[in-house]
Design a protein around this ligand. Sequence first.
Ligand code: ADP
Ligand code: MG
Length: 285
Amino acid sequence: MRDQAIQLREKMTRKKTKPGTRNTRVLAVTSGKGGVGKSNFTLNFALALIEQGKSVLIIDVDLGFANIDILFGHVPQQTIAGMLDKELSIQEVIEKGPLGLQLIAGGQGFSGLLEISADKMKHFMEQLGSLQGQVDFVLLDTGAGLSENNMRFLLAADEVLLVTTPEPTSVTDAYSVVKVMHAKDSDLAIRLVVNQCTDGKEGQQTAMNFTKVAGNFLDKDIRTLGILPSDLHVPQAVKMQQPFLLAHPNSAASKALRTLTAEYLEMPSPFKIGLRGFVMKLFFK
Ligand SMILES: Nc1ncnc2c1ncn2[C@@H]1O[C@H](COP(=O)(O)OP(=O)(O)O)[C@@H](O)[C@H]1O
Ligand SMILES: [Mg+2]
C-alpha cells in the first residue's frame, strides 16, 4: 500500500500542467456552525462565477447534510461512492445543473475517504486529477465544524471561504475553525463571508471585529470577501428548489452576490497548487 502510494505520488508530480492550459482553483466553503448558508452560498456563488464567464464544478462533500442537489431540484444518478465502487469515470458521475454548472454528489463516498483501499485511492486521484485545466473553479461544499475529513479538505484547498452570520455563536464557532486551521497551516488563505446581515453596517462590524481578533491574537491576515444581506427571497427560492440567483435575479441577495463575485475575480489569486496538488495533498498531506 505504501509503495503504491509513493509511486502514485511520483506519477502525479511528473504530470505538469501544459503551458496554455488553464489552472483549476480549488475553493473549500466551510463554517463553524451549521445552517449559516454555506450550501446556498456555494451554489449561487458558482452560478455567479459562471455568469461572469468561468466554468465551475461543485463537489458536495458535506457528509452529514449533502444537499446541494436538493437546492436545484435535482436527483443525482451517481455519487463519488458509485465512482469508487463501480470504477466509473469522473465524467459518468458529473451531473449537469443550471447554466452548465457541473456537480458531483458526494453521497457516502467521502465518509471513509481516509480509509479507502490503495486501488480506490488511485482511481479517485486519477479521475479527479484528470479535470485539471478542464474547469476554472472547483468549489467544495464541506460540512460545518472540525471533523478530520473536513480538515483534510480545507487544508488541501487553494483557499478557504469561511461563512458566518453576525450571530455571536456562529462567529465564535467560525473563529474556532480559523484557530485549528491556522495551527496546522499558517499560510492557508482564508476569506470571510458574512451572510444573513440585517444591514451593511452589521456586516461590516462583524467582519471588522473578526479580522481584527484574528490579526491580534493569531497574527493571521483574513480578508473579507463580502457581506450578504438577510433576504426572504433566499428561503423562498429554497422552497421552490431553485437557486435564488436565478429565481430572484434582482433581489438584494442576488445583487450583493454578483458584486461579491465580481470583486472576488478582481482579487489577486492565492492559487497554490490547483486541482492535482489538491488531490495529492488530500492523501499525502
Ligand atoms: N442570505 C440569506 N437570507 C435569508 N436566509 C438565508 C440566507 N442564506 C441562507 N439562508 C437560509 O438559511 C438556511 C440554511 O442555509 P444552507 O445554505 O442550507 O446552510 P448550510 O449549508 O450552512 O447548512 C436555509 O433555510 C436558507 O434559506
Ligand atoms: Mg449545507
